[in-house]
Structures are given as C-alpha cells and as structure tokens.
Write a new protein. Structure first.
Length: 160
C-alpha cells in the first residue's frame, strides 16, 4: 500500500510539474514573439511607408478650370502634372485683348512640411496647390486656403 501511495504521489507530482512547465512556456512564448517583432520594427530604416499625397493619390494628369481674376472675366487654366514632376501650365485671360495667353513649362515639388501641397518652380511663379482626389486647388503664398467662398480656386482633373 505504501508503494502504491508513493507511486501515485510521484505520478501526480510529475504530471503537475509537466503541466506548470507547459503553461509557463505557453505564457512565455507570446512576449518573446512580441520582443522579436518590436526589435525587428525598431531596426528598420525610417522610410515613410504611410500613405501620403505623393504615393496614395493618382495626382499625375491634366487639370482644367477657370480661376478668378481681379481685372478680367476669369483665367482659363490648364495644368498638366507629369510623373517626372514636370508640368505644363497654360493660362488664357478671358475678356482681355487677343494674345493674353501665357504658357510655361517647369518642375514642381511636393512640400514635405505641408502634406498634400505641391509648389511650382519660378517659371510658375512658385504657386502652391493643394492636391486632392481628382482636383487641385490654388493656395496662398504660404499654402493657406484662400478664404473667398464665392470664388472657385479648384481645377478639376480630366479623367480618361
């Protein structure tokens, strides 16, 4: 009987010890995985992988519209943004004498400190535009929205 009790105690102790070990290893595994995952994430280079205007929107294309003009009926504007970050800008001042068309070519850049904004080069008078989904909007010299609700500063993208 003593041998039987001793055997049962040993089996019970062995099973209990095995249960605790497997529970502890199950509990310990997730933190180890998290540490590895966090270490991997921390060691990656700081490349911006999130969505931004440059990589999330289909911004390249032709934009057209009539922008406000203080001394004419409007400025018929066509702005083509190309994937190589060059542009072609054509403006015709409506209600003015003939030959009031202005055409320029140049390059533009996305403004890193103003998400969603592009700036034309000096040939385009350093104009700033906000780039939205299928439109661009002329902005002020510092990228601020032009607060004149009765006037439309948007050019609409020509969809193929």
């Amino acid at each position: 009987m003593k041998k039987l009790m001793l055997a049962l105690c040993m089996v019970s102790a062995t099973l209990t010890a095995c249960s605790k070990t497997s529970n502890e290893s199950e509990t310990a595994t997730p933190p180890d995985n998290n540490v590895i995952a966090n270490t991997d994430a921390a060691s990656e280079s700081p490349i911006a992988t999130g969505d931004n205007t440059e990589n999330a929107l289909d911004w390249a294309g032709e934009y057209k519209g009539i922008l406000p003009c203080h001394d004419c009926k409007g400025i018929e504007t066509e702005l083509e943004l190309k994937l190589d970050k060059s542009y072609e800008l054509s403006q015709e001042f409506l209600g003015k004498p003939a030959n009031t068309e202005n055409k320029v070519k140049g390059s533009f850049k996305f403004l890193p400190d103003q998400p969603g904004m592009i700036q034309l080069d000096a040939q385009g008078d350093n104009r700033i535009y906000f780039v939205g989904e299928n439109f661009i909007e002329l902005r002020g010299d510092k990228g601020e929205k032009l607060e004149m609700p009765e006037l439309n500063f948007q050019l609409t993208k020509k969809l193929d």
